[in-house]
Design a protein around this ligand. Structure first.
Ligand SMILES: Cc1ncc(COP(=O)(O)O)c(C=O)c1O
Length: 321
């Protein structure tokens, strides 16, 4: 049998095929859990501490005590990465997941739950192929009818394993076009976030993004805001509607794995400034400088051979032009 990657599960390191959680686990039957995801760039984890801090804020909000100190969660995450590092090719990277559920609380006929949380840490390969083309083509966004759950009902700042709100939005978007990405509105009609990332647009030279009221406080989002300020660009957090995006100069989405993805259109309305727009491109280059890895070129290198050379050439022209 091929050598298996390892997973940390409840105090042990086990092969992936043995990393199993009970059907009586509250994460499985009640969606009761939190998680976080940290990416590596050329095999170096980026802002792991910030992701762990957010995980512990999510745990506190959901009243789950994972029984592990944050420094140990950090150490274990690094250990899982190191144990699996040998599976990475030079152009590959991992997304390291920490997943915590409330554990087995149900009392089944034969099994008495011990009430302890379930804690898993594992590595997934970054799915470069799923987003590589979007850097050059731009993402097509649409606003689904499903609204982001308001923070009065469930706090958007917590990263909760039950993603059904986002998943229904994604299905709605993909039924319009399999390549469509949902840009969710909140119940007041203001833009919030996509199913897996935050959102920015550029208007009158300012970088605009929805307030943190009804979005996950993305680590990528806050890093981009810092980079923009370093470039001398004003950043505005506010309430924005689709109108503001239709009339914007450029737009992009952002999240841990793809980092920054230019947006081509919203509800069929083309964003004027190009893909990527000039400020979006400056921010992509600033990110490349920050981490020392051309994350766009790296993703494009995972495209099938027939598309790769052309796409690499197109990206090099943009980056160096
Ligand atoms: C709903 C949602 N919003 C925003 C983000 C972006 O957060 P980060 O930049 O920390 O990955 C994510 C990331 O997975 C997400 O799932």
């Amino acid at each position: 049998m091929a050598e298996e990657a390892e997973v940390y599960l409840n105090g042990s390191f086990v092969p992936e095929s043995e990393a199993k959680v009970s059907v009586f686990d509250r994460g499985f039957n009640g969606g009761e859990g939190v998680y976080d995801v940290t990416r590596s760039y050329r095999h170096k984890l980026f802002k792991l501490r910030e992701h762990i801090d957010r995980l512990y804020r999510s745990l506190r909000y959901t009243r789950i005590d994972c029984g592990i100190a944050p420094v140990d969660m950090e150490r274990l995450s690094i250990e899982v990465f190191e144990r699996n590092r040998r599976f990475l090719g030079s152009e590959d990277d991992f997304a390291v997941w920490q997943v915590v559920s409330r554990g087995v609380h149900q009392q089944s006929v034969s099994h008495k739950g011990d009430g302890r949380p379930s804690v898993a840490i594992y590595c997934l390969p970054v799915a470069f192929g799923s987003f590589a083309r979007q850097y050059l083509d731009g993402a097509m966004l649409m606003t689904p009818s499903t609204r982001r759950i308001p923070p009065q009902s469930l706090e958007a700042k917590a990263k909760i394993t039950n993603k059904m709100n986002h998943i229904i939005a994604l299905h709605e978007a993909q039924m319009v076009n399999p390549r469509c990405v949902p840009l969710m509105l909140d119940i007041d009609g203001n833009i919030s976030e996509t199913h897996m990332g935050n959102f920015f647009f550029v208007a009158r030279g300012r970088l605009c993004t929805p307030t943190e009221r009804n979005v996950l406080g993305g680590i990528t989002r806050s890093t981009i805001m810092d980079l923009a300020r370093d470039l001398g660009v004003d950043v505005e957090e506010g309430d924005f509607t689709p109108y503001d995006v239709y009339t914007a100069d450029e737009a992009f989405t952002c999240s841990t794995s793809p980092t920054i993805v230019p947006v081509k259109s919203l509800n069929g309305v083309q964003i004027d400034g190009g893909v990527p727009g000039p400020l979006t491109l400056r921010l992509m280059k600033a990110w490349i400088e920050l981490i020392g890895v051309d994350f766009v070129g790296q993703a494009i290198a995972h495209l099938p051979d027939r598309d790769k050379q052309q796409a690499l050439g197109d990206w090099a022209k943009l980056r160096d032009g």
